[in-house]
Design a protein around this ligand. Structure first.
Ligand SMILES: Cc1cc2nc3c(=O)[nH]c(=O)nc-3n(C[C@H](O)[C@H](O)[C@H](O)COP(=O)(O)OP(=O)(O)OC[C@H]3O[C@@H](n4cnc5c(N)ncnc54)[C@H](O)[C@@H]3O)c2cc1C
Length: 411
């Protein structure tokens, strides 16, 4: 294997490849290592939503009341594999502690900062690689069906406005004009004009990979097993032998904790929120933008290859096989949302590992005197935040400090 890079990026998900491109453009010699072909992790099948409006962590105090009912429903939007509970308990404890007012406000501030930087960063990156067409900036909608949801959505709108999120309240007639295929029982919703969706997250990732190759980045398929930081270099043990470089970047998504421990000695409380999608290849043109159902808690995104139904959170760790019933449950959830039922012929299920830290913020930082850069833990927002993360990692590599909120020593 070639052994001559300035920086080895471990992980060819959307975070790793956007960072690799950014670093190569700084004149660094970059190689990317992944045990699979690029883009086969969580970045392959996400919902494609540029979700800059999501400035609140997924859990808040209101979830505590709903939690028992949610956990007892095996097909509900949130599922815990009870066998996994002992492993997940420390993570849940930290999550609960982060719901206290001060840490919660810190999370919102961090998400807001990163999300505000996300759209312009993606626009710069896509324009620079000649693929602006992959991002459709037509907004997105959070719709509701039950009249009693109106008050909750009004409160949410208020809280979002306080965080400078662009949000409009839509009545039923506005909603049906914009998305006429939606069933008449849709009462209205919140529309986010400054959001959008990628028409294919995987194609987007491959476009970044291609641009990175053209900028001189090498891609190697090999698993990194462990590593060691030396005085002037970093050595990685890979499935195919040893590699060394001046620096490494750990961008292995939900799989990052063991590598971070091996290389830096730091224990990060990273877990995975497993999520599912069901891709409906015959469903093109049903929706003009991504639509999330407030009550049913899943998203439907119009993509080049059909309509993608996505969502659900499952705590079951990295080893258990997928439960694709949860992906098919998304189809059942869609029933009644459209005037005419969706066509599920040829539908394909998928599961991916969201990399989640208990305060809902990523780690974007460096350790070991700058020999090890870190970019992981983007939970539900890794696609949204990838280009902005790449710019922050580029700044780190150029010697500028990490933003405080994303530091690895905050735990
Ligand atoms: C159902 C679902 C819907 C989602 N919807 C959205 C959305 O609409 N918008 C949004 O912004 N985000 C969304 N997300 C979240 C987003 O997909 C993730 O945050 C993002 O993909 C994480 O990217 P990553 O590069 O960190 O991880 P990954 O894409 O998982 O990449 C990590 C890579 O590291 C490699 N790797 C791991 N360990 C090793 C090792 N030891 N050696 C070598 N290689 C290794 C893996 O093979 C993998 O390719 C969604 C996620 C899911 C599951």
């Amino acid at each position: 294997m070639p052994n001559t890079s300035d920086i080895l990026v471990i992980g060819a998900g959307i975070i790793g490849v956007t960072c690799a491109l950014e670093l190569a453009r700084q004149g660094l010699k970059v190689q990317v290592l992944d045990r699979q072909a690029p883009g086969r992790g969580a970045s392959f099948g996400n919902a494609g939503h540029l979700a800059t409006e999501q400035v609140f962590p997924i859990a808040d105090l209101s979830i505590l009341k709903r939690l028992p009912a949610m956990l007892l429903d095996p097909m509900g939007p949130l599922r815990l594999d009870w066998r996994y509970l002992p492993r997940a308990l420390p993570w849940f404890t930290r999550l609960l502690l982060n719901l206290r007012p001060a840490p919660f406000a810190g999370t919102v501030e961090g998400l807001r900062q990163l999300n505000q930087a996300s759209l312009p960063a993606w626009q710069r990156m896509l324009a620079s690689i000649g693929h602006s067409e992959l991002l459709h900036l037509q907004g997105s909608l959070l719709m509701y069906e039950k009249p009693e949801s109106h008050t909750a959505l009004q409160a949410l709108q208020q809280r979002m406005r306080q965080q400078q999120v662009a949000v409009e309240q839509w009545r039923a007639d506005q909603l049906h004009r914009a998305a006429p295929e939606l069933d008449r029982r849709a009462q209205g919703g919140l529309f986010f004009p400054e959001t959008g969706h990628f028409i294919d997250p995987y194609t987007t990732l491959l476009a970044v990979v291609e641009a990175a190759r053209q900028a001189g980045v090498g891609f190697i398929q090999s698993e990194v097993l462990a590593g060691q930081v030396l005085a002037d270099s970093v050595t990685l043990q890979t499935a195919q032998g040893q590699l060394s470089s001046r620096r490494v970047l750990i961008a292995t998504g939900a799989h990052s904790a063991s590598l971070v421990k091996s290389l830096t000695g730091v224990q990060v409380p990273l877990d995975t929120e497993r999520g599912y999608h069901l891709m409906l290849p015959n469903e093109t043109g049903r929706l003009p933008f991504a639509v999330t159902s407030f009550e049913r808690r899943f998203i439907m995104t119009p993509m080049a290859g059909g309509l993608r139904l996505a969502g659900t959170v499952e705590f079951a760790g990295l080893e258990r096989p997928p439960n694709h019933e949860r992906a098919w449950q998304l189809l059942r959830l869609s029933q009644g949302l459209f005037e005419q039922a969706l066509d599920a012929e040829g539908a394909t299920p998928w599961m991916g590992f969201r990399p989640s830290l208990p305060d809902s913020l990523p780690v974007i930082d460096q350790a070991c005197g700058g020999r090890v850069l870190l970019a992981f833990g983007h939970q539900h927002l890794g696609l949204t935040q990838a280009a902005a993360t790449a710019e922050l990692v580029g700044a780190l590599a150029a010697g500028r400090p990490a933003p405080e909120r994303f530091r690895v020593d905050r735990f």
